[in-house]
Design a protein around this ligand. Structure first.
Ligand code: AMP
Length: 549
């Protein structure tokens, strides 16, 4: 099928294609999320994480959140050239088309693209235009909540009425959906074009800046850096009670480094965004009225969009409406999944049998069979058939008092009784400096779509951690696409190298700083594609600091 399902988001875009083995999310630099960021330089156009990185050092040539300008006559100037929002969006779609074609080895001619339900005709036309400019035919434009509903409703036969609460990076959208005899209908919808995770980042940016106590001007560059830091902090606060920000070389004042050290608690963050969350629930109640639906008639409220991972949202919904909110398994992917399922339905494919990308095996660690046994068994952490990427945590307890070390042996397979019949894929040892009487560790497993498993073991009392990354079985097609990607990366790599060389020529920079940067350059040059983005982030951070700001 030559169709791509595209969720063209304000902050990130996601693309899904249909294959005979099921659905496949296209991978961009090792991630299924493609930052909707475009950078234009003399070397050409770059899109995604690399463009997002460039925003720190070439913000004037970088377009962020272009979706907010769709349907307007506004233009952006990038590298001295004027672009319409449609043109900028078309660069993002072109990147999706090209990456999908390289990864899947076929040509994609058509797409189903999603837009917020409240997008007006101008905004929809602009989106269609952007798709055409990218060389794709628009098979259908569908509403994001409808797409989320399709993905939620897939493989569910029962008729039901539910709300789709979609809080993304830039927009909020709430819809009442009826699923009746396989037909999915939007009964009512409303939203706010300017409410989303970006606004939470801004509020958190202000709080961090206030707390920093710095008495310097907040330049545009620093603002971007602070914004990225705020986003990371916000995401961490969805799973941690507090975050300690510790950036040794955050900025400069009179040639001296300024150390940013700030603590932000979950309560503080929740208080910051409380009025926004209340507003989303007001809109939910409003749209229920519009569809003449009583809250009690709703089977569920389904949460989708990256920002709906913030735990206080479901708590607030329960508190104010008495309804349980269900976070869609993959809130970032559901819209794009719905888009491709819609494409498949148009093509007459039976979507009930389509599967989402899943892990074909279980992953876990070895544990003792019992308190008094020396025999080992296999304790699964990520179960076979879980959609990927996925993150799961399990807790394990020490066998002896004041246990000094925890051996974490990682296995892949299905046999829980017989450890040896599973495949060992790695091991690591967590040693504890100050052992406690009843030690326990949390083991986090994070599996990405390429079969890379990141493991973190953390003693829950002492917070000592050990980390490791292990390779599970990788399919041939994935390896193939990696080789291809390596070949096409060189132009952007060259820009980074040129930038490093320019900084190295600067005589005012200390020799030891230059040595560090040179080491990073070597690491970057010898890295494989998947490692490059994170090294690039370090490089940009370092250049950002070394350049006069
Ligand atoms: P979307 O437009 O649906 O891709 O959502 C993107 C937004 O979700 C961005 O503002 C992200 O910072 C935000 N986001 C992603 N993951 C989380 C998380 N775990 N907690 C809070 N916000 C998140």
């Amino acid at each position: 099928m030559d169709i791509i399902g595209i969720d063209l988001g304000t902050t990130n875009s996601v693309a899904t294609v249909y294959t005979n083995e099921g659905l496949k999310h296209i991978s961009f630099d090792g991630d299924f999320l493609l930052p909707s960021v475009v950078n234009v330089s003399n070397n050409g156009v770059i899109v995604g994480i690399k463009a997002k990185n460039m925003a720190m050092i070439a913000e004037e040539n970088t377009a962020l959140s272009i979706k907010r300008m769709m349907g307007t006559k506004k233009q952006v100037v990038l590298n001295g050239e004027k672009f319409s929002p449609e043109e900028v969006s078309s660069f993002i779609i072109k990147k999706i088309k090209e990456t999908a074609e390289k990864e899947m080895g076929i040509t994609y001619n058509r797409c189903v693209v999603t837009v917020p339900a409240y997008f007006n005709e101008n905004q929809r036309d602009a989106t269609t235009q952007a798709v055409k400019l990218a060389g794709l035919e628009v098979l259908r434009v569908i509403n994001e909540p409808t797409a989320a509903a399709i993905s939620y409703g897939a493989n569910r036969d029962e008729d039901m009425l539910y709300g789709v609460y979609d809080l993304g990076g830039g927009t909020f959208d709430i819809s009442i959906i009826e699923n009746s005899e396989g037909l999915i209908e939007v009964l009512s919808t409303t939203g706010d074009n300017h409410l989303g995770g970006d606004d939470f980042d801004k509020k958190l940016t202000n709080l961090i800046w206030e707390k920093s106590g710095f008495d310097i001007e907040l330049s545009r560059k620093l603002e971007i850096k602070l914004h990225q830091l705020a986003e990371k902090t916000k995401i961490a606060l969805s799973s941690e009670p507090s975050v300690h920000i510790d950036e040794k070389f955050f900025a400069k004042k009179d040639g001296e480094a300024l150390h940013l050290e700030v603590e932000v608690s979950k309560e503080e963050f929740e208080a910051l965004i409380e009025s926004d969350i209340d507003r989303t629930i007001d809109l939910l109640l409003e749209t229920l009225e519009d569809s003449n639906t009583d809250i009690d008639e709703l089977e569920a409220i389904i949460l989708t969009g990256g920002s709906s991972r913030i735990p206080s949202i479901s708590h607030k919904i329960l508190e104010r409406t008495g309804k349980l909110a269900i976070l869609i398994e993959d809130p970032d992917k559901s819209v794009s999944i719905g888009a491709i399922l819609q494409g498949a339905m148009i093509e007459g494919i039976d979507t009930d049998s389509i599967l989402v990308d899943i892990t074909p095996y279980s992953l876990g660690i070895s544990t003792l069979k019992g308190e008094y046994s020396m025999e080992l068994s296999f304790s699964k952490i990520i179960l076979k058939n879980t959609p990927v990427p996925t993150t799961k945590t399990s807790r394990y307890y020490a066998v002896t008092e004041y246990q000094k070390a925890f051996e974490i042996d990682v296995y892949q397979g299905e046999d829980e009784e017989n450890l040896e019949s599973n495949i060992k894929i790695g091991e690591m040892l967590l040693t504890i400096q100050n052992p406690v009487e009843d030690g326990a560790i949390d083991v986090d497993f994070k599996l990405n779509q390429d079969g890379m498993l990141s493991v973190v073991g953390r003693e829950i009392h002492t917070n000592e951690i050990i980390e490791g990354t292990f390779k599970t079985k990788i399919s041939k097609s994935t390896q193939h696409s990696k080789v291809k990607e390596m070949e096409i990366l060189t132009e952007h790599d060259q820009t980074i190298i040129e930038k490093i060389d320019k900084v190295l020529e600067n005589s005012t920079i200390l020799d030891e700083d230059k040595e560090d940067l040179k080491a990073l350059k070597d690491k970057f040059l010898s890295a494989v594609v998947d490692e490059k983005s994170s090294i690039e982030e370090e490089i940009i951070d370092s250049i950002f600091f070394l350049e006069d700001i």
